[in-house]
Design a protein around this ligand. Structure first.
Ligand code: 4AD
Ligand code: MG
Length: 431
């Protein structure tokens, strides 16, 4: 295996020690007799200096002709030099060109309009910025798994091809399923609910699909969904739990990926320091606060981007908004009386919007059937789900957190599409 640039920069190798590195060319500058090449691997960037006399003439010629994104294997001696990026450089003794790269279509990011870069996404995923975001996402997902394991959850694998909607028919993707039709899952929830009867606390991390017709900076047609379902848990106990999950994941990701978050323009200090409690307000109070701020929203209406942004301006932490009108929420949420349900949305600060949707689940079979009917669904399609209320039903709650919404917030990204390597939106499924 080749040595990693991060290990060289961190001083694992002494000056004069010889290492071999495989990487890609970021920049190349040559004066004929001496060539400075900035190379990168998955762990960082460093300067390679190729000098006439240190390498054979052939290698000097190769170094001289290197261009952006050529792949190379370089053998060389480590040398501390405060002028080199990262404080170390490699004095090449051997240099091999592995893959050529003529006219790499992406030069400075600024020079391209976003659509061109999206067409070139298969190459753009090598960029410093997207690589940094993917490292943050890796830290986020692994921190989630760590938290779930430490808190007694089992990871389960629900289906993606499904037969009945969880979040309403309007955003369902239909697929041909042999001679029949089926849909792509919008949420694992209904299946997670069935799995708590054996495992009590379960979670899954799966793709979810929404045929979102609107172009926004926070909707994807395919996103990664972190969902949990807990037996014997009510709404307010779940809110305490979510606070602890979100803080753990933010703290951990910010610690592990401090430099990457900074590089993308985010604020790692904020996420390192984030701790409970988060402010909690009811939907009723949220409506009053919005009206006091001059919004024309009326009780019974759902919040859009503008309302969520306005609500979040009053706080510097995420807020939990509870007990929305049943009319604007899904059929499975527990009736709280007064036309409201026992649900909660977690809204991130600074307009990043809803990151978590959660609720205690309705256990009364007749209420579920009636709400399904009212939402234009046929309860007979949900027979299997209704069985869960017939056989050993228990109070339970669950939540869904959009991985890209969370990563977008942590990284401070303008658009959610940069929180996923290959974004799928209404206008794009290529590359
Ligand atoms: O609020 P939602 O629709 O809730 C559910 O799907 C529940 N069944 C989850 C559950 O209780 N198990 O979606 C949950 C979260 C949202 O808060 C948001 O973070 C994310 O999923 N989300 C999206 N992310 C990106 N693009 C979209 N189109 C999204 N739709 C929802
Ligand atoms: Mg929601």
């Amino acid at each position: 295996m080749y040595a990693k640039i991060k290990d060289v920069l961190s001083g694992r190798f002494a000056d004069g020690e010889e290492v071999e590195i495989g990487g890609w060319v970021v920049k190349n500058r040559s004066s004929g007799k001496i060539v400075f090449t900035l190379i990168r691997d998955a762990t960082g960037e460093m300067q390679v200096t190729t000098r006439k006399g240190n390498v054979c003439d052939e290698a000097l010629k190769v170094a001289d002709a290197l261009s952006m994104e050529c792949s190379v294997i370089v053998k060389g001696k480590v040398r501390t030099d405060p002028r080199a990026p990262g404080g170390k450089e490699l004095l090449a003794t051997e240099l091999k060109l592995i893959g050529t790269s003529k006219d790499y279509p992406i030069f400075g990011r600024e020079e391209h309009n976003p659509e061109v870069l999206l067409d070139l996404r298969h190459l753009h995923v090598r960029s410093k910025e997207l690589v940094a975001v993917m490292k943050v996402k890796d830290a986020v997902l692994s921190a989630c798994r760590e938290w779930f394991r430490a808190n007694g959850f089992y990871e389960v694998t629900p289906p993606i091809i499904i037969s009945s909607a969880c979040e309403g028919g309007s955003t369902l993707f239909e697929v041909k399923y042999f001679e029949d039709k089926a849909y792509l899952s919008q949420s694992a929830q209904l299946y997670l609910e069935s799995l708590i009867f054996g495992l009590e606390k379960v979670y899954s991390i799966t793709p979810s699909f929404r045929a979102e017709k609107s172009r926004t900076t926070r909707h994807l047609a395919e996103y990664w969904h972190i969902e949990g379902e807990m037996a014997w848990m009510g709404l307010y106990e779940m809110i305490d739990m979510l606070e602890s999950l979100v803080c753990f994941v933010c703290n951990k990701a910010a610690e592990e990926r401090y430099g990457e978050i900074k590089l993308i323009g985010g604020d790692p200090e904020y996420f390192k320091a984030l701790k409970p409690p988060f402010p909690r307000i009811t939907y009723d109070d949220a409506i009053k606060a919005l009206q006091a701020d001059g919004f024309s929203i009326k009780w019974g209406e759902d919040f859009g981007t503008h309302e969520e942004r306005q609500l979040s301006t009053h706080y510097d932490k995420p807020i939990f908004v509870t007990e929305y009108p049943a009319e604007v929420k899904a059929f499975y949420m527990k009736d709280a009386g007064n036309g409201k349900v026992l649900n909660v949305d977690m809204i991130a600060p600074k307009g990043f919007g809803e990151v978590i949707g959660a609720s205690e689940r309705e256990t009364d079979l007749r209420i579920i059937e009636e709400r399904l009917r009212r939402q234009g669904e046929d309860p007979s399609k949900y027979e299997w789900y209704l069985d869960l209320r017939r056989y050993g039903s228990v109070p339970h709650s669950g939540f869904g957190m959009g991985a890209e919404r969370l990563v977008r917030w942590i990284c401070g990204l303008e658009h959610i599409r940069d929180a996923i390597p290959f974004p799928r939106t209404i206008s794009r499924s290529y590359p």
